[in-house]
Write a protein that binds this ligand. Sequence first.
Ligand code: PLP
Length: 386
Amino acid sequence: MLDRKIYLDHAATTPVNPLVAEAMLPYFTEHFGNPSSQHSFGREAKAAVDSARARVALFINADPEEIIFTSGGTESDNFAIKGTAFANMEKGRHIITSSIEHHAVHDPCEFLTRFGFEITYVPVDKDGVVDASDIAKAITDKTILVSVMHANNEIGTIQPISEISRITKAHGIAFHTDAVQTFGHIPIDVNQLGVDMLSLSGHKIYGPKGIGVLYIRKGTKLTPFMHGGGQERGLRSSTLNVPGIVGIGKAVEIAAELIDKEPARQTALRDSFIKKLYDQVGDLKLNGHPVLRLPNNINISFNNTDGEFLMANLDAAGIACSTGSACSSAGTGPSHVLHSLGLSERMIGCSVRLTLGRSTTSADLEAAAKVITASVKKAREMAPRF
Ligand code: PLP
């Protein structure tokens, strides 16, 4: 057991930055107004929302009017996919997505098949990269939407979004990307990426849970997600979550200050940790692209072991990591992402994801490497059981 716990599961969620919590607090008690109200309490809340909206917009090079606040990444993905589908179903009922999307994209697509939509799942290569030419080949005159994630939550592979957007633009097809995992880790510029819609979530960038953003480029056709009081330009009714919005705004402000240095620091830690594991443990496979990869993601299959066994050993020592995606760990079976890379069930079963964060130090990783080395050794001694 270590003398302190080490959290290596930042892709699942991050702690709220104390400055974020501090910024939010007055909006529960003092400045509690409804931003739609016409009096001073309402105006105060609205000013805070406007300022957070402007901050988020600036961070992704969008116009504030193109920012819609949602309840999180899952809602943003659902809104983009179902909203585009319902708005364009007379034009065509074909959607293209990748085989490694998060369930928040995959499952709404599956849901739409009940309404006569056809979904094409383009494959990925052995490193998890989508080939833009596969998207081009899959387009038909019925295609109304392409959705490909900016980076994958399990393996960290970053996709060629700008290349894909050149294709969707040429065909006049709406293009959505789930950028929940890249938010705060690599710069996001909606114009450089060329996307029409982009999903973000607060709790992956040291902000609160239950707040997200859907960027919607001006002119993109979407059916409203929630009907009611007409908030968010009538696209997403419901009284705004002012503390959450202030929180994501503050989290973005901090992320913007750190983005020049922190990703590079994490990339260096990541690479030296991977090298250490190759040297100390051996007989392992790094899953995902070696370079086109999120700065904080390490996903490794340790041959002749069991991921659950390793995770339990790490947990007992005070180190938190995950096997596959924590978002999809609700009994969904072996990772569809690792399966798409061509990994056997056996290799999928011995994979572990470790994701670094702002508080991760090289001493943490030194300690983690020791525990992993001992756990893998123990597992391999028991190998016939696996
Ligand atoms: N998309 C991706 C890629 C994610 O990793 C996650 C959460 O892990 C989500 C969507 C869902 O976001 P939220 O938890 O804010 O609903």
